[in-house]
Design a protein around this ligand. Structure first.
Ligand code: ZN
Length: 249
């Protein structure tokens, strides 16, 4: 019965998550041929086999949604669309590239991990994001145990919600004026948060503003794969029947 209401303030069902991935992949022959409907099947993804299921993924997504206030249709749609791109269509939880290539990055070994791959965001290359998340968990050892974000489905999803909510690290100031206009043509002014000496922005607020370009800027730092992100956001809106959302503005 839960599926008769929009996805605001309720869990997604396993069938809804499965259906979303099916519909997205059915529209892309290359991705469908390569990965079928399998989750996290790329070889650089170290999630245990028994966690690569829709049941477990749905469970972790719902826990993440609850913990990080990703509680309305538009917030879920935005989070899922950005994660779908960043995780290469939910096939991996680690930044793409060979070991040699990744080692050449100034932020190695603090490379992008999790389904949003925001972990390397920070002022000092890489470290700040990991340090911040481990501190939040009350866990020691971010300098040695960083791989848990690619080896555990729980942490791979949770860290993504954490960065969605706690935000990408930004320069000081109390507000951020959006770089890109929302669909109404407005440049929205978002309040910044202060977290452990860093300034950041809650991406839920950017989702509320329905601004894919701004969300992409804050996730990616640029407009990489913007057409895909716009397209997936639109498709997921259709899949979850966003037109019928009771909180749609
Ligand atoms: Zn809704």
């Amino acid at each position: 019965m839960e599926n008769s209401s929009c996805t605001c303030n309720r869990n997604l069902s396993v069938d809804e998550v499965k259906n979303m991935v099916r519909e997205l992949r059915d529209k892309d022959a290359y991705v469908k041929k390569k990965y079928g409907y399998n989750l996290f099947s790329k070889s650089n993804c170290k999630i245990p086999e028994n966690d690569k299921t829709y049941e477990r993924f749905t469970e972790e997504l719902n826990a993440c949604f609850r913990r990080y206030e990703i509680n309305t249709c538009i917030r879920k749609i935005y989070f899922l669309a950005q994660c779908y791109v960043e995780s290469m269509y939910f096939t991996t939880t680690q930044e793409a590239g060979s070991e040699t290539y990744l080692r050449s990055k100034p932020y190695y070994p603090f490379i992008g991990r999790g389904i949003l791959q925001l972990t390397h965001s920070g002022d000092k290359p890489g470290e700040a994001g990991y340090k911040q998340y481990f501190k939040y968990l009350g866990k020691e050892g971010y300098k040695t145990d960083y791989e848990i974000l690619n080896k555990s489905l729980h942490y791979a999803v949770d860290v993504s919600g954490y960065f969605w909510y706690r935000g990408k690290l930004l320069t000081d100031g109390d507000t951020l004026k959006s770089k890109y206009p929302n669909p109404k043509g407005t440049y929205t002014i978002f309040p910044k948060k202060k977290v452990d000496g860093y300034t950041s922005i809650d991406l839920n607020l950017v989702a509320d503003d329905d601004n894919v370009r701004e969300a992409t800027f804050l996730v990616n730092g640029g407009q990489n794969a913007i057409d895909e992100r716009i397209n997936f956001t639109k498709e997921i809106k259709n899949i979850f029947n966003y037109e019928k959302c009771k909180n749609k503005k």
